[in-house]
Each structure stands twice: as structure tokens, then as C-alpha cells.
Ligand binder design. Structure first.
Ligand code: F6R
Length: 582
């Protein structure tokens, strides 16, 4: 986050960092230019720790950073900003050749203070400085391999210089001031429009304006787009946590996504026309949505649908066979593995469709077609409403392709289904069971397996209870060994055609003395297990939209368990929302 104006820079940068904290929260720091000199504060822990000292910093130009550690422990020294001579820098991303740069700088007599890769940046800039900070930053950038969104200031001149490569940077004009940040929410309520920098861009920001340059220092024109982030999304509005607030926002997110799909359906059909192979990809929760996408498209004859983790896909050989379409699912649109997988496939001649919540993100600039996910800013690190909206987008895509012939789905009912699930579900007893369990395993078949994986990830993320997600049929091939009276198995059963098979797996688990819960839309499943297991009955619905109901139940379950165990569901340990590094 950076600010150049005439107000209190320390306070303004601090407020921006609070809004960006979901991107990393293990340490934070702020540097301001005050009377030509740089004042710096930094500390391990949450941004809040800087509140009082930041107010006192003052200054009229400032930069700040909230960190998710990649190199070096989260402690005071490794926190950004990093300083060398008169130069101070904050950096997002990862410098892959930092070890060799560091060795060369040490050989020249530099003394490093931190264990970070980032510290090479201020040291290089300081070495290259010959009276022009922008020129020194450009020279430094030429030496760097990896990804960077960096801001640099230097004693004596009221300006910020920025550089961007494979990590997001946006600029925003304010009222008598200018801002720079890594994401739009930081500028919510401050800038109505933003300028999104492209890879290879440099920028100079002062109180009076900002200019963008290429690496030869030629000015570059970048237009302004509306800043979609609203302050309303960044406050709790009476909810105790963002996770529960955002869970309740899922019906609106799904509704808006279904509506927005109407505007791109023609382009999507054209992009998918004649496709022989469709590969779905993403990371974490987005990958679990991608798995559902694969299941939906697998219903369509003559299309081969696959799903693969983006981190695996980007390092696998690319074999386009006939027309290949890559569908990349990503809330942030900035996840490094997903962006690079999309770039790889586009460069290999495949058509790329991005399903994303962030229209200004890197993936949107790579994809041939963008399918909007209209979930609004998601602040809780654990994805909830964005996952539901991704499912709605993928379902709309599959259904539109076959005009409902193979996927007879009434997606319009989905928002109501989620509301009904959340309103009527009594999940407390199951949450208590989870909280007491040594391990929690989620099982399902077909579509329910993809949902089981997400249920498991959500619970692990916010409660730290170990466990996993498995296909119900795989249980007897090994996982059954884990089952005893201290483990809980949660079965998701919504597909009538596969219900009997999953019910066998429930029986096998009960026979081994394991605790069992069943989450189902089917009355016959409820009847069979209501006396022997904890049964959560979901509203009856078509199997294709059942994942939306089951996901709401599992998200609420994870939230309740986190609360019972006293964990912060919004900021799970060790995690960050947008993973722009490998
Ligand atoms: C889990 C979660 C992560 C993200 C993953 C991909 O709750 O949020 O697993 O889904 O890091 O992020 P995006 O969707 O931004 O690409």
C-alpha cells in the first residue's frame, strides 16, 4: 500500500493495510517520508499492532506491507519495509535468483539484516542510484527473476516508485493525493476508479499525479476502470466474523453470477464450440469447483473433460488433441499456479476461459473469455461465497452448451436453495462431534466426492483438525484403517443413482465403531441412518444443484467448529488469501 498526498501518510497507509490484511497477516510495517527523512515501524503479528505508532508517524508520503512469509520466519527483522542506505522498499512476490544476487552484494561488502529474498531489492536500488530513483528501480528490475510488485521511496524526495511483474499493482487517483496498492479493497471509499498496471510497467507516484513507464522509461498510457470494491464489503455489518457474513452472502453471489452469465453465454458457447477436450484447473477450493465443472461437462457427449491442480498442470506436458479448452477457476485471478497454467495453455494454442471474481486480475488478461463470478470482495481467507458462485458459473456453462438436454437443471432455484439450507439447518450437534474428533473424513461419490473434498479443506483450514476427503468407494481400500471411536466420517449423499453404494460405505464405517454423520438430500438415506448416525437433512433438489446446498452446510459446519474451538475463522494460521507465489 502506498500514499502520496498532504494528509497523514502513516495513518492512511495503516488504514489501507487493514483492508489488505487478508492477503497476509504474519507481520507488517510502514515507512513514511517526513521532512525529507524516512521513518519506519515494523513488527511481527497483525497490522493492528501498528495502529498507534502509525498515527504518530505522520509524513505525507508512505508505503506499507502486510506479509505472508515465503523466505524467513515471520519476525520483526524479516517484516517489510526493508532499507538499504537511503532506499526503503516493500515487496510482494518471490525473487527466485535472490541467493545469487545476495552473494554478489555480500562480496561487494553489503551487510544483510534479514533472511528475506526481498532485501536484495533495496540494496540493488541503492547501489544503482545516481540521482533518479525510477532509473535505479528499472536497473534493479532487470536483475530480478521471479515475481514482484514493489514500492520504493528514498530520503529527500516526496515520491514513490513502483514496479510490477507477475504480482498485481493498481494505482488510484484520490482527492489531492494518489494511492497505490496490491488490490482494489485497499482503495475502497478512496478512489472511484483505478489504473491496473501490466507486467513490465513502472510508475512514479506523487501528490500531484502518477505516470506509468516501460523499462526504457517511455511513458505508457493505461486507462482507468471503475473500482468495484465497496466499503460495505469490508466491514462486518454486525456479524462476528467475515466467514459467516460471507456465507450468508452466497445466495446473492449465486444470483448475480447466474444473471451475469447471460451476458457472456454467447461468447462461452463460441469458445467451447467444437471442443474435443476440456481441462478444468484451479488451486484449493477453486480446484474443487473445477472438479465439479468436470463432472458437469462429463455429462455432455463427445467431450472429454478432465480436472487437474494448476500447480501440477503447469509442469505437465501439453498435448492439445483437437480443439482444447482450458477452464481456469480462480477467485482472485492472481494465483500464480493458475495464471501460469493458463498462460502455458494459451501459448500452446488452446482456448482459455477464466472463471473469476476479479475482472481486473492477471487471469482476465490471459483468457480469451472471462466468465464473471459476482461474489464481491471476499475477506475471509477461507473461500465460501466465491466457491458457491463458481459452481453456479460452471453449471450455467455446461447447461448452456447443451440447451438443457443433458443437464436438466433449474439453476434459478439455487439462491433460494442456499438460503433454505442455511436457515433450516441444525448443525450444532455435528459441530460438537467434529470438535471432539481426532480426525474427520469426508466421503462422497461422483459429484458428492468433489464436495467432500471441499468440506474437508474448509474444516482443516479453520479448525486445524486433521482429516481428508475420499471417494466413498475408496474407503475399503485403505482409509478404513483410520476408523475407530475417536474419528468421525461425514458422508455426503445427494446423487440418487449412487446412493446405494455410498450407503454401503456408511454401513462399513458403522461396523468398525466409527462415529458417522450423513449429509443428504434423500429421504431414504435419512430413514436408514437417522437412529445410528448424526443425519443432516438438506432440502430435496436436483443433483446438479445439490452441491450448492451441501457446500453451504459444510461451510457452516466448519465455521461452527472454529468458533467452538476458539479459532479465528477469518485468518487461519499460516495462510493468506491470494497466493501470488509458487
Ligand atoms: C481455501 C481457499 C484456497 C483458494 C486457493 C486458490 O478456502 O480459499 O484454497 O481457493 O488458494 O485461490 P484463488 O481462487 O484465488 O485462485
Amino acid at each position: 500500500m502506498g500514499y502520496a498526498g498532504s494528509g497523514n501518510a502513516g495513518k492512511t497507509v495503516y488504514e489501507g493495510l487493514l483492508k489488505l490484511e487478508y492477503r497476509g497477516y504474519d507481520s507488517a510495517g510502514i515507512a513514511v517520508l517526513s521532512g525529507g527523512k524516512t521513518e519506519l515501524i515494523k513488527s511481527a503479528g497483525r497490522v493492528e499492532k501498528l495502529g498507534v505508532p502509525a498515527q504518530k508517524l505522520g509524513g505525507t508520503v508512505g508505503i506499507g506491507h502486510t506479509r505472508w512469509a515465503t523466505h524467513g520466519k515471520p519476525n520483526d527483522v524479516n517484516a517489510h519495509p526493508h532499507r538499504a542506505g537511503s532506499v526503503t522498499v516493500v515487496h510482494n512476490g518471490e525473487i527466485e535468483n535472490y541467493a545469487e544476487l545476495k552473494a554478489a552484494l555480500i562480496a561487494k561488502g553489503e551487510k544483510f539484516l534479514s533472511e528475506t529474498d526481498s532485501e536484495v531489492i533495496p540494496r540493488l536500488i541503492n547501489n544503482f542510484y545516481e540521482g533518479d530513483l525510477l532509473a535505479a528501480v528499472v536497473k534493479c528490475a532487470r536483475m530480478l527473476k521471479g515475481s514482484y510488485a514493489l514500492l520504493a521511496i528514498r530520503d529527500g524526495k516526496e515520491e514513490i516508485v513502483a514496479a510490477k511483474f507477475r504480482s498485481p499493482v493498481i494505482l488510484g487517483p484520490g482527492d489531492g493525493c494518489n494511492y497505490i496498492a496490491s488490490d482494489e479493497p485497499a482503495l475502497a471509499g478512496k478512489c472511484r476508479s483505478v489504473c491496473v498496471l501490466e507486467d513490465g510497467d513502472f510508475a512514479k507516484i506523487t501528490k500531484d499525479g502518477f505516470e506509468v513507464y516501460d523499462e526504457n522509461l517511455n511513458p505508457v498510457r493505461r486507462g482507468l476502470t471503475a473500482n468495484e470494491a465497496r466499503e460495505q464489503s469490508l466491514v462486518l455489518c454486525g456479524y462476528p466474523h467475515y466467514m459467516i457474513k460471507e456465507l450468508w452472502e452466497a445466495p446473492a453471489a449465486v444470483k448475480n453470477t447466474l444473471t451475469a452469465f447471460g451476458e457472456v453465454s454467447g461468447k462461452v458457447r463460441a469458445a467451447l464450440d467444437g471442443a474435443k477436450k476440456i481441462i478444468f484447473t484451479g488451486c484449493g477450493t477453486a480446484y474443487h469447483a473445477a472438479m465439479l465443472g468436470k463432472r458437469y461437462f462429463a455429462e455432455i457427449p463427445q467431450i472429454s473433460a478432465e480436472a487437474e491442480y494448476a500447480g501440477e498442470l503447469r509442469y505437465s506436458p501439453v498435448y492439445p488433441c483437437g480443439k482444447t479448452v482450458l477452464i481456469a477457476v480462480t477467485q482472485s485471478g492472481e494465483t500464480a499456479d493458475t495464471v501460469e497454467a493458463a498462460r502455458l495453455y494459451r501459448d500452446a494454442g488452446a482456448t482459455v476461459i477464466a472463471v473469476t471474481n476479479c475482472p481486473h486480475s492477471a487471469i482476465s488478461r490471459i483468457a480469451h473469455v472471462v466468465v464473471p463470478v459476482c461474489a464481491g470482495p471476499e475477506i475471509c481467507v477461507a473461500a465460501t461465497k466465491s466457491y458457491s458462485a463458481q459452481i453456479a458459473a460452471l453449471l450455467s456453462m455446461a447447461a448452456s452448451l447443451v440447451d438443457g438436454a443433458h443437464i436438466p437443471v433449474d439453476a434459478g432455484f439455487a439462491p433460494e436453495l442456499i438460503s433454505e439450507t442455511l436457515e433450516n439447518m441444525d448443525i450444532y450437534a455435528l459441530a460438537e462431534m467434529c470438535a471432539r474428533s481426532r480426525g474427520v473424513y469426508f466421503m462422497g461419490r461422483g459429484i458428492d466426492y468433489a464436495v467432500a473434498l471441499e468440506g474437508s479443506l474448509k474444516l482443516k483450514e479453520v479448525s486445524y483438525i486433521p482429516g481428508g476427503g475420499y471417494p466413498s468407494g475408496e474407503l475399503k481400500h485403505g482409509t478404513l484403517a483410520l476408523i475407530d471411536g475417536s474419528t468421525l466420517s461425514v458422508f455426503i449423499i445427494t446423487d440418487e443413482a449412487l446412493a446405494a453404494k455410498s450407503m454401503d460405505a456408511v454401513e462399513q464405517t458403522l461396523s468398525r465403531g466409527g462415529m458417522v454423520a450423513v449429509i443428504t438430500t434423500l429421504p431414504q438415506v435419512q430413514a436408514q441412518f437417522s437412529r445410528r448416525a448424526e443425519v443432516i437433512k438438506l432440502p430435496e433438489c436436483q443433483k446438479y444443484i445439490a452441491p450448492l446446498s451441501a457446500a453451504a452446510a459444510l461451510q457452516l459446519l466448519a465455521y461452527r467448529v472454529a468458533v467452538i474451538l476458539g479459532k479465528d475463522p477469518d485468518k487461519p494460521r499460516n495462510l493468506a488469501k491470494s497466493v501470488t507465489v509458487e
